[in-house]
Write a protein that binds this ligand. Structure first.
Ligand code: GRF
Length: 195
């Protein structure tokens, strides 16, 4: 049974979908939900589901990214995870942290990578007049939002879409894509899934 730690920064809707799917014959189980924000709503939801949680507030560390990551790593390593899932985690991790989990760290990004790495993906898709948008699950490497693609889901961009309506449609697709991709990855299948 693979042990999965999930890093969040906010509400954790993706985390909840991953946790809900890791039951029965699923080859993995959640062992930790950790956040860089002690007030992250997802921590309360995870605790209510009986999942161990941890919070390492990044703010007291100021520019000390290394010190923050060392504190976060201590919490994560204590859970002995086999796989690390970033789910709405909004801190950029240094290569030092990533190397510890190279090949077993996943992230979900709200665009059809390689299009629109970074932030404000929906606004950029709308500004470009794209007729399609979506989300990508990829392995995390030192290159931001550029690791091997493990899964993608496409949604239409509709006339009159705003950033909010498109974000909501993509988030629904994320909630389908991430659990399906983690299930395959935990079973040792790294072939990309296209929904
Ligand atoms: C959402 O914008 C989602 O597209 C991205 O992270 C943000 C929050 O996700 N992956 P969550 O609800 O905290 O999972």
């Amino acid at each position: 049974m693979k042990r999965v730690a999930i890093l969040i920064s906010g509400g954790g809707s993706n985390m909840l979908e991953l946790v809900r799917d890791m039951v029965g014959d699923h080859p993995a189980r959640p062992v930790l939900v950790a956040s860089n924000d002690p007030a992250a709503g997802g921590l309360v939801k995870a605790a209510a589901l009986g999942i161990p949680t941890a919070a390492v507030d990044h703010r007291p560390f100021g520019k000390g990214r290394q010190a923050f990551e060392a504190a976060l790593l201590a919490e994560v390593e204590a859970a002995r995870p086999d796989i690390l899932c970033l789910a709405g985690f909004m801190r950029i991790l240094t290569p030092g942290f990533i190397q510890r989990f190279e090949g077993r760290m996943l992230n979900i990004h709200p665009s059809l990578l390689p299009k629109y790495p970074g932030l404000h993906t929906h606004a950029r898709a709308l500004a470009a007049g794209d007729t399609e948008a979506g989300c990508t699950v990829h392995e995390v490497t030192a290159d931001l939002d550029a690791g091997p693609i493990l899964g993608q889901a496409r949604v239409p961009v509709l006339p009159g879409d705003t950033e909010a309506t498109l974000a909501a449609r993509v988030l629904t697709a994320e909630h389908r894509l991430y659990p399906a991709t983690l299930r395959r990855f935990a079973a040792g299948d790294r072939s990309p899934l296209f929904l």
